[in-house]
Design a protein around this ligand. Structure first.
Ligand SMILES: Cc1cc2nc3c(=O)[nH]c(=O)nc-3n(C[C@H](O)[C@H](O)[C@H](O)COP(=O)(O)OP(=O)(O)OC[C@H]3O[C@@H](n4cnc5c(N)ncnc54)[C@H](O)[C@@H]3O)c2cc1C
Ligand code: SF4
Length: 510
């Protein structure tokens, strides 16, 4: 019976032809609904390039669906009648097509899942099987465990996927080759640059739209260089495997002023939008290793980020529940410094990480963790404000992946669900892994006094003010012992100067 159509809601990060909702739908009867709406662009002030990427990728995906024979009801941002929200668009399209219900992939955010639950028409939310570990599998893995460490989860995922496995044993005899990684990098004029993606007519229209409608949002639109469809995403994957994967592991923690990308893949936006699948990406890396083109430490390190970290943080986000993003274990309440939005700071590392974020909507993991994240944590910033910043400014930021990385891994706001100790360091770490310190107004070698690196002062203040919270953490004991060994007057000097620095930060004068 050719009865009323069902609506198939395809969200901006569900751009996968084989997605569960499209698989469940009837091409001859159902109507795909896609919508650019203000409720989604405005709930945080997204980077201009992020809005442009999502809209352009959505428009390209709608064309692909039409070419595949789907009927697509697409609402562009400026269309007359655009209701401004996903649920509003579902209602409008239900009335237009006489549909009584909708189906979709469950959104990657509690907020939107709830909005669909409470929405005007019934929406079936199907499990997102584009991930390798389902929410229920993760819950089974987590059940009864005292701690949910990524490393053990990762081993399960290696066994499940068979990636880099020799029977039951890990390839090369070890699960993890990080000991061979973490090397600083040198400037290299011959390092292969990222592939270039010229803007087609659709992308140009979107760029114009974003320039018009989101002129006050953070970030530069000029230089937009992201793939906007699956073909482009595959090209980016091929480029990475051919040119950068071999050195990815060794230099994945390195930072250079004049080379913001180094050997990183830049694949996160494509994975997160659904243009690439995690398994195909990892299989490409495993093939390169099997073919002798890349060393094991790089292939393993890269695969771990995807079947380990990426799947794990998603598992944590849904396992921990909707309150996860509002946790504040360390009771930090200071405001996010204006420097995060481009305000002046003398800290060379911070100003570089932010400038690069403004220009590219991208910073690699260590810049996010050990520069902007480390500084916000040491400076006592409210984790909700830190999360909002990360969610807004990065091209790949969607709450299921951004929140656990920020609240959990970076800000310790979840009290140690993800990290066994806080990711904090003095300036020595930044100095070892980057070339930022050489041209900084602060001195990384100075531990106290005018001109001492802010990380050096704040590191001890952070540890001192949170002593009760970390007193029973065996991984912190050595650090506290070394603090206690210092003369009381030295400790007082450091803490006093750190207070002065915190006041300067509060006044955006640092
Ligand atoms: C505070 C903070 C916030 C972050 N916010 C996001 C975010 O909003 N979205 C996001 O995708 N990643 C986030 N990350 C993780 C990581 O920084 C990015 O995935 C990575 O920098 C993306 O760049 P790339 O594709 O070049 O990654 P590469 O360094 O080339 O790594 C390969 C792939 O591994 C995956 N990956 C690596 N690390 C992680 C991780 N910790 N969690 C999940 N996936 C990972 C990504 O899919 C990435 O594309 C965050 C990390 C921190 C510390
Ligand atoms: S001296 Fe300190 S503030 Fe300056 S770049 Fe180095 S770590 Fe950053």
């Amino acid at each position: 019976m050719k009865n009323n159509p069902r609506l198939v809601l395809v969200l901006g990060d569900q751009l996968t032809l084989e997605g569960a909702a499209l698989r469940a739908a009837d091409k001859a009867r159902d109507v795909v609904v896609m919508a650019e709406v203000r409720a989604e662009t405005d709930y945080v002030g997204h980077h201009k390039q992020k809005i442009a990427l999502v809209f352009s990728a959505m428009r390209h995906f709608a064309e692909t669906l039409r070419a595949e024979g789907w009927q697509v009801a697409y609402t562009a941002l400026e269309d007359a009648g655009n209701s401004g929200s996903i649920t509003g668009e579902l209602l409008r399209r239900a009335e237009e097509f006489g549909a009584k219900s909708a189906v979709t992939i469950a959104p990657g955010e509690w907020r939107l899942r709830q909005a669909l639950e409470d929405g005007p028409i019934p929406v079936v939310q199907l499990p997102d099987d584009r991930f390798l570990c389902s929410e229920s599998e993760f819950a089974d893995w987590a059940k009864g465990r005292k701690s949910l460490r990524m490393e053990y989860f990762y081993r399960e995922m290696r066994r499940k996927t068979g990636l880099l496995m020799e029977g039951d044993a890990p390839e090369g005899g070890k699960w993890n080759y990080d000991a061979e990684n973490r090397k600083p990098a040198q400037a290299d004029l011959f390092r292969v640059k990222a592939p270039q993606f010229a803007s087609d007519k659709t992308t140009q229209e979107v760029l114009d739209l974003v320039a018009r409608e989101f002129a006050d949002n953070f970030g530069r639109l000029e230089g937009f260089n992201w793939a906007v469809d699956r073909a482009g995403a595959l090209e980016a994957l091929d480029h990475f495997i051919a040119h950068n994967l071999a050195d990815f592991g060794t230099y994945q923690d390195a930072m250079l002023e004049d080379d913001p990308l180094l050997y990183h893949s830049l694949l996160s936006p494509y994975l997160n939008l659904g243009l690439l699948g995690p398994l195909e990406v990892c299989q490409a890396a495993a093939r390169a290793y099997a073919g002798g083109k890349v060393p094991l430490n790089s292939a393993e390190g890269f695969i771990r980020q995807i079947i380990g970290w990426r799947e794990y943080v998603r598992g944590i986000y849904f396992h921990e529940g909707p309150d996860y993003t509002s946790r504040n274990h360390l009771d930090q309440h200071r405001k996010l410094p204006w420097a995060y939005w481009g305000g002046a700071t003398k800290m060379n590392c911070l100003s570089h990480a932010v400038a690069q974020t403004r220009d590219l909507a991208y910073a690699h993991h260590i810049q996010r963790l050990m520069v902007t994240g480390n500084f916000a944590l040491l400076a006592g910033v409210d984790p909700a404000q830190v999360q909002e910043w990360y969610l807004a400014v990065y091209i790949d930021a969607f709450e299921w992946v951004e929140a656990p990385n920020t609240a959990g891994m970076s800000q310790f706001a979840d009290g140690g669900v993800i990290a066994s100790k806080p990711y904090v360091s003095s300036g020595a770490y930044v100095d070892r892994m980057s070339d930022y310190c050489g041209s900084c107004a602060y001195s990384v070698k100075a531990k106290t006094g005018e001109g001492a690196c802010p990380f050096n002062l704040l590191y001890w203040h952070f540890l001192d003010r949170n002593r009760e919270k970390f007193a029973n953490n065996p991984r912190m004991a050595v650090i506290y012992r070394s603090w206690d060994k210092r003369k009381p007057e030295d400790r007082e000097t450091i803490l006093g100067q750190a207070e002065v620095m915190l006041n300067k930060i509060a006044q955006d004068a640092f």
